[in-house]
Design a protein around this ligand. Structure first.
Ligand code: BGP
Length: 482
């Protein structure tokens, strides 16, 4: 179908994944244990569990991923055939600093990403890199309490400086923390905070800790942005650093003014991380809210200067679904996802209960542009589904094509009609990978099917889905032919 629109020249059509969800090889070439490596699989109804150690016999799907560590040369060939202009992945912190606090990096880990980046470039695919995608060395969690400890800022900055300096001549687009917003959301608590003493963000103490740890992450992110710009000048390279937000428009459940006010506060609560990243300071309502709660956060004058002077170059975001919220009668408008959320009668849901809302992507892009005036990058969008491999090795995923058609059209309208600057569109996940929230392999998002089940059993062979041919056509027509 014709969309009626075409993206600007140089628009980056691509796809996105994260190291721990596909690389496997969790303990080779000197890699240390990350928080992702101690997480057991869950499923649609049972949350994943963070264990204290790697239990023998447990199902740790991130240990094997789809074995991309060894298969990436062949996988990039298929992605080239797909026509990808860009590929987003993350660097596993524990391949570079296995425990997080070493003096020197692990050369074998650095070499792996050298090779991987070169392989992408050899296939005319531009690398887009996330520094921390739900990963932190497990040692930093047990020994330091993760980001609840100010010291961890230095470890993250050192790791980031090391890789930006090493790959900055070949990688232009960087992001600091994947979905930094989700510290109040579905991964409860967020993987960056797990085992930092944070059990439940709704308790006041845990909420205070969440804001404190987030502050240290924000300072770390601003320092990385500062250093990246300095490294770029030294290398004579063009390097841009973005934040990465999980964008879920929160709508009012009705036209009742109290619901509308609550929805506004829900957006303010979810996106204050974006405010700090893009505007360089905390909003007033939040500072008042902390005072009302009796929170005493360690935020120094020097931190405030770092945040103000080092805002991001662009805003990257993931988009999967929207939410709906109602008023609770609380005059402080405290937003609690479990208590305030309801269903939207106008929207269908995926098998995992995610509300499908293509229009919301255009709404969200306008909301962010008005608020931050930063160029954007869609670095995730996609449809998790049970795909069926037919006897003749085909996958007829018309539901995925339909999801993408509608979302891409809304994105194109935001660019063509609303004038929003957008670097590219990197749908999740190009190739099937392990699900972040459930650890399932059968919650699939790729254009390329990987023959593995939830226990990692299968041939591991790759097959083309119907959506592969379809996305190929979208890319070659620069978004005109959906
Ligand atoms: C995002 C994460 C990804 C990813 C995706 C799909 O929130 O950044 O890592 O996996 O969601 O989620 P899931 O894998 O849980 O279905």
């Amino acid at each position: 179908m014709s969309s009626g629109y075409k993206m600007p020249d140089g628009f980056l059509w691509g796809s996105a994944v994260a190291a721990h969800q596909l690389e496997g090889a969790w303990d080779v070439d000197g890699k240390g244990v990350s928080i992702a490596d101690v997480m057991l699989a869950g499923n649609k109804d049972t949350p994943r569990v963070v264990t204290d150690t790697v239990e023998p016999g447990g199902n740790y799907p991130n240990h094997r991923g789809i074995d991309f560590y060894h298969t990436y040369p062949q996988d990039f060939k298929m992605m080239k055939e797909l026509g990808l202009k860009a590929f987003r992945t993350s660097i596993a912190w524990t391949r570079i600093f296995p425990n997080g606090d070493e003096a020197e990096p692990n050369e074998a880990g650095l070499q792996f990403y050298d090779n991987m980046i070169d392989e992408m470039l050899a296939n005319d695919i531009e690398p887009v890199i996330t520094l921390s995608h739900f990963e932190i060395p497990y040692h930093l969690v047990t020994e330091y309490g993760g980001f609840s400890n100010r010291k961890v800022i230095d470890f993250f900055v050192k790791f980031s400086d090391t890789v930006i300096r090493r790959y900055g001549d070949r990688v232009k687009y960087w992001m600091t923390f994947n979905e930094i917003t989700n510290q109040t959301a579905w991964m409860d608590p967020h993987p960056m905070l797990q085992n930092s003493g944070l059990k439940d963000y709704k308790e006041d103490e845990a909420q205070e800790l969440m804001y404190q740890a987030s502050h240290y992450e924000l300072v770390a992110s601003a320092l990385v942005t500062k250093h990246a710009h300095e490294i770029a000048a030294e290398l004579h390279a063009d390097i841009q650093v973005g934040c990465m937000l999980s964008m879920n428009p929160v709508y009012p459940a009705s036209t009742k003014p109290e619901d509308i006010l609550m929805a506004q506060r829900a957006m303010q609560t979810r996106y204050y991380w974006g405010d700090v990243h893009a505007n360089g300071h905390y909003p007033n309502w939040l500072k008042n809210f902390w005072q009302h709660k009796g929170f005493h956060l360690d935020i120094t004058k020097e931190d405030e200067t770092i945040l103000a002077e080092n805002t991001v170059d662009y805003v990257a975001f993931s988009y999967y679904m929207s939410w709906t919220v109602s008023d609770t009668g609380d005059e402080w408008l405290e937003y609690n996802e479990d208590e305030n959320h309801g269903d939207n009668p106008f929207l269908e849901k995926s098998d995992w209960g995610w509300q499908i809302d293509p229009v919301g992507i255009r709404w969200a892009m306008n909301w962010m542009w008005d608020r931050w005036h930063k160029p954007m990058f869609i670095v995730e969008n996609g449809f998790g589904a049970y795909d069926k491999l037919t006897e003749d090795n085909q996958i007829h995923d018309d539901y995925r094509i339909s999801y993408f058609q509608r979302h891409i059209k809304a994105m194109e309208q935001a660019v063509a009609l609303d004038g929003i600057p957008l670097y590219g569109y990197l749908p999740w996940s190009g190739i099937d990978v392990v699900s972040a929230s459930t650890g399932e392999m059968l919650k699939r998002y790729g254009f390329i099917y990987v023959d593995l089940d939830d226990m990692g059993e299968g041939t591991g062979k790759r097959y083309y889905k119907d959506s592969f041919k379809w996305y190929q056509k979208v890319i070659s027509s620069n978004g005109a032919d959906l």
